[in-house]
Ligand binder design. Structure first.
Ligand code: ZN
Length: 288
């Protein structure tokens, strides 16, 4: 019991400075070797807090799926709290959010079995057992071995402020990416479950409203309609369903939801884009 633990401590204590020097150097990498628009044959994982956190990247995700990549969406909470409709229970809302997410992903061409929900309560992610959440995420990372991770941006050089669950999800994703590469962390996954340590090499961090750290803009011109159609499935979140949920919105309501999604899509240099902070290198230096 004692010795392996000492081993981990020694390794973390002694090895990180050497790794950190490399990481600092790699931390400067802000451009993918192959443009995201040309990625193919990769496994891409997105970690978010809620069904719809992936909606900020729906153009990019549908493009990646169409280009022969495998896209997985990992959502930490069931979304079972965010409504103003007094008639809905937590259980009903969790079921609605799952249906909406699967319908949205179907629009993007992402198979339903690529949607993984870890089942935590909406609004409470910060108060969960962080070690258990990270362990669950590490297991998924070691199983799926993604070439790239999309996640809420934990911040570059300083802490990024996000609302509660997003803040937690940003740090949990970064912590899990880091832990997954250390063979002696969550060692039982390796000795008992047949998994192997894994280092995610590339990262696309997303934000809402605050885009100052962005350094990569993906051209989603050909995938705008996919994003709009997918976004219109979040009836309980974006439309009048937030206050008065109706599983069958009218044509007018659907059009209003689509218009709302369209309004949030951004332009840069005459192109329709989704923006990210790109990072490639050791997870230790994600903030550099
Ligand atoms: Zn969210």
């Amino acid at each position: 019991m004692g010795l392996p633990r000492i081993g981990v401590i020694l390794c973390l204590g002694l090895c990180v400075p050497a790794w950190a020097a490399m990481a600092q150097e790699r931390g400067a990498v802000q451009k993918p070797e192959v443009p995201v628009e040309k990625w193919t044959g990769k496994t891409v994982m997105l970690i978010g807090a809620h069904a719809d956190d992936d909606a900020l990247s729906h153009g990019t995700l549908s493009m990646l799926q169409a280009h022969g990549n495998q896209v997985y969406i990992v959502t930490l909470t069931t979304g079972n709290v965010g409504t103003q409709d007094p008639k809905l229970s937590r259980t009903q809302l969790a079921e609605i959010r799952r249906r909406e997410e699967l319908a949205a992903l179907a629009e993007l061409g992402i198979p339903g079995e690529h949607y993984i929900n870890l089942g935590y309560d909406d609004g409470m992610l910060e108060f969960e057992d962080r070690k258990a959440v990270v362990e669950n995420l590490v297991r998924l990372i070691r199983k799926l071995r993604p070439d790239a991770l999309l996640a809420w941006d934990p911040g570059k050089n300083y802490q990024r402020w996000h609302k509660s669950d997003h803040r937690a999800a940003a740090y949990l994703a970064a912590d899990a990416a880091r832990a997954a590469m250390w063979r002696l962390l969550f060692e039982g996954q390796i000795t008992q479950e047949g998994l192997k340590e894994f280092m995610i090499p590339e990262y696309l961090f997303y934000n809402d409203y605050d885009y100052e750290d962005e350094n990569l803009w993906v051209d989603i011109s050909d995938y705008v309609e996919k994003r709009v159609n997918a976004g219109a499935h979040y009836t309980s979140q974006f439309g009048p369903g937030w206050k008065n949920y109706n599983p069958n919105p009218s044509e007018v309501e659907v059009k209003e939801m689509k218009d709302g999604v369209r309004k949030r899509i951004r332009m840069k240099d005459g192109k329709t884009i989704e923006g990210f902070r790109y990072y490639r290198g050791l997870p230790d230096a994600i903030g550099k």
